[in-house]
Design a protein around this ligand. Structure first.
Ligand SMILES: [Zn+2]
Ligand SMILES: [Zn+2]
Length: 739
């Protein structure tokens, strides 16, 4: 008899059942990864076998009732789940929950049984009540909706009402594939000589390759060729393609589909339950040959992944803020190891960690140094905003930038304006007493937002909303100063300076719905706007033929943050955003506005000198023993009671100090948080440091960090697993941010 450890969704522990011979013809034992039906607390439940033992436990077990699939979850993925759970201090149940859509545990074949609703006409008169309107509004945005999704926004009575009026129609069956291409496809698919060299270099090594290619050098062409090569060689192979931003998927899907055929599945967190079920089933069955998606797609258990591509690998979105807090890079390495898959990490600005992996020979680097079509790299100029103030121009648009925008408009070209701050302005301060309008839940200033002349204050950390105060709560004066620029203010100023200009704004305020960003990009592609104005969401891999001008409204945002990656981050952002200009025929023009033009990092940006910037950073990090030259863990203690949070963090800090009995110590003026310029701790021992979070209070809780730095991961892993049981804290190994 076999004893099977079975995971049931929503049940905290893994329980054991036994497997008997289930039917006459079958006597094959149950294997790990099988989907089975068991009785749990007198209810039939479906679960997944995660482990098997022959030894009888010392308690009475119940039998497995049915086996639905012998091989539901590939054992490789089951092993990955266990391994990641252990390394990331989270439960294996949580990871399995990410690998398997919920409905697969409720129904035997959920992918072929769904009901779908769509609009049957275009006239929607006599809609009764706001519930019916809500359904119609939703369906105007998407072609159809599954019953389960519709039930989330409408009652059965509402649905029946709409069906009776023939406003809704119903069909049973498969969902329209999520991968519906709606972008133009670039025609040529021959590699340039430079691309061919990079392609050959990537093909000939089994190591992960970093494709380090300047913006506009045609990395996508190489990805397509690699996918084509793998699929031709091995018809059972699958390709996993990961992107940092889901709005980028339609264009890519169109390109892949046009050249490689219709075997594409899509995966991201915005898919509906019905879409997830279908795409998941296609990936599992091997019907889908290419899976394109955001970070979460890496958890979809593919049958036989042979090529994994991580495009824009420098993006922070490849690191999860929530448990398991694993870098996607690390996860795909685990997958590649199990399936002997090839990995390609592509970027114009790879992470320092990736450069270092190449430097020590663990990964291989392939280069693309020129743009395709012999287009020159864009010309980058800096505008000193201090001079604008002297001229009496306090708007976010300098004279020079205004001039370039006029020229661009005359030539009927398009431009991109980038400002990494949404809202209307940065902070709101009382002119009389200097008090800042702050959020009651967070130690962060509230920002002014203006929408159609409606004003409100919003906290960007927790989302708390309140009206603009009439009087200062401290001194009672009614004289506020709004400092700093946000995208809404830039939009307003553009409208005043260039009457009739067509501006599309892309930030968290204008992009809230599932397809909003995609729609903005499509409009811009179609030439329905002169300027695309946005926050960092527009810096990610966008490719527009007609864009000639890029303006960075304020490059200083993010500089000087107490984080050793602050410079790297700003460099990546500026280089990426600059790369959006002049990608086809003409050389682009970039204007970067700043109050600190002398900043050394800007010189590297101006000269497109990624290599020397990296060399500079590498030497700083090495001297300071910072990642990638050490392994870091960030342990965060959060509590609504400041004293508890403080005390717990200090207790853990003392424990870590005692265990490693080394230097470090609390942060102070003399011992600041780790930065790239820090040069202490050259020894190889474990460094222990304590600090309040960058926003000491947020979401109504107080946060304190303890940082551990060790020469290798094992030391930290061991210490944390030994001590993390008693910890009520967030453990982040390889944190992306120290704030
Ligand atoms: Zn005041
Ligand atoms: Zn807040």
């Amino acid at each position: 008899m076999q004893f099977c450890h079975i995971w049931l969704r929503g049940v905290r522990d893994i329980f054991t059942w036994h497997a008997e011979q289930l039917s006459d013809e079958k006597n094959s034992p149950v294997s790990a990864g099988a989907r089975v039906v068991v009785k749990f607390r007198n209810r039939k439940r479906v679960g997944i076998v995660v482990g098997i033992s022959e030894k009888k436990p010392d308690f009475k077990t119940q039998p497995i009732l049915e086996i639905w699939d012998e091989n539901f979850l590939p054992t490789e993925f089951l092993e990955i789940a266990k391994n990641v759970a252990e390394e990331q201090f989270c439960s294996v149940q949580k990871i399995l929950g990410m690998m398997v859509p919920e409905k697969f545990l409720l129904q035997k074949n959920p992918e072929i049984r769904e009901k779908f609703f769509s609009l049957s006409g275009t006239e929607f008169e006599n809609l009764r009540g706001k519930n019916q309107k809500l359904v119609v509004e939703k369906l105007l945005k998407i072609p159809e909706i599954s019953e389960s999704e519709l039930r989330k926004i409408a009652s059965l009575a509402t649905i029946r009402g709409l069906l009776e009026k023939n406003i809704l129609q119903i069909r049973v069956g498969k969902i329209i594939p999520a991968a519906t291409p709606n972008e133009k496809v670039r025609e040529n698919f021959a590699l340039t000589p430079a691309q061919k060299i990079a392609f050959d270099q990537i093909s000939k090594t089994k190591k992960p390759s970093v494709l380090f290619g300047v913006t506009g050098s045609g990395k996508t062409e190489i990805y397509k060729k690699l996918a084509q090569q793998i699929l031709e060689k091995n018809p059972d192979a699958q390709v996993l393609f990961l992107l940092p931003e889901i709005a980028l998927t339609p264009q890519l899907i169109a390109e892949f589909r046009a050249q490689l055929g219709d075997f594409i599945a899509v995966w991201h967190s915005n898919l509906s339950v019905g879409e997830k079920i279908q795409e998941w089933a296609r990936c599992r069955s091997g019907e889908a040959k290419i899976l394109i998606g955001a970070r979460s797609a890496a958890w979809v258990p593919l049958q036989n992944p042979k090529l994994i591509i991580l495009d824009e690998e420098h993006e922070w979105t490849f690191k999860s803020e929530f448990a398991p807090r694993i870098w996607t890079h690390e996860l795909v390495e685990k997958i590649a190891e199990k399936f002997c898959a090839k990995i390609v990490f592509g970027s114009a600005t790879p992470r320092l960690e990736s450069f270092q992996k190449c430097a020590i020979g663990e990964w291989d680097q392939a280069r693309l140094v020129d743009r395709v079509h012999a287009v020159k790299m864009p010309d980058i100029q800096f505008v000193d905003l201090k001079n604008e103030g002297k001229k009496g121009n306090f708007t976010p648009i300098s004279e020079w930038l205004a001039d370039e925008i006029s020229k661009m408009l005359e030539r009927k070209k398009q431009g991109i304006l980038f400002l990494n701050r949404r809202g209307f302005s940065g902070s709101t301060q009382c002119r009389k007493c200097g008090e800042n309008v702050g959020c009651p839940n967070c130690s962060s200033p509230m920002k002014l937002h203006k929408n159609f002349e409606k004003e409100k204050m919003l906290c960007h950390v927790c989302g708390y909303l309140k009206p603009v105060p009439e009087k200062c709560p401290t001194c009672g004066a009614a004289d506020f100063q709004f400092r700093g620029w946000g995208t809404q203010q830039v939009e307003k100023v553009l409208g005043e300076k260039f009457p009739g200009i067509r501006v599309l704004r892309a930030d968290a305020d204008s992009v809230s719905g599932r397809y909003d960003f995609e729609k903005i990009l499509q409009k811009f592609h179609a030439g329905d706007a002169d300027l695309l104005l946005g926050t960092q969401m527009i810096a990610k891999g966008l490719d527009f033929e007609n864009v000639e001008l890029v303006g960075v409204i304020l490059a200083d945002v993010g500089l000087g943050l107490p984080d050793f990656r602050a410079d790297e981050r700003v460099f990546q952002l500026l280089t990426q955003v600059s790369g959006r200009a002049g990608r086809r025929k003409t050389q682009g023009k970039i204007l970067i506005q700043t109050f600190r033009p002398e900043e050394p990092l800007f010189q590297f940006v101006r000269n497109h000198d990624t290599e020397n910037f990296i060399a500079d950073q590498i030497s700083d990090r090495k001297n300071a023993n910072l990642p990638p030259f050490s392994v870091m863990a960030k342990i965060t203690f959060s509590h609504a009671d400041k004293n508890i949070s403080f005390r717990e963090s200090k207790k853990f800090f003392a424990l870590a100090q005692k265990s490693f009995s080394t230097g470090g110590g609390a942060f102070s003026k003399k011992n600041p948080p780790p930065t790239a310029t820090e040069t202490s701790q050259k020894n190889s021992s474990v460094g222990v440091q304590w600090a309040p979070a960058f926003f000491p209070k947020s979401h109504g809780k107080f946060h304190f960090h303890v940082f551990l730095r060790a020469p290798d991961r094992k030391i930290l892993q061991e210490f944390l697993s030994k001590n993390c049981d008693q910890l009520v804290a967030k453990i982040d190994l390889f944190p992306a941010s120290l704030l």
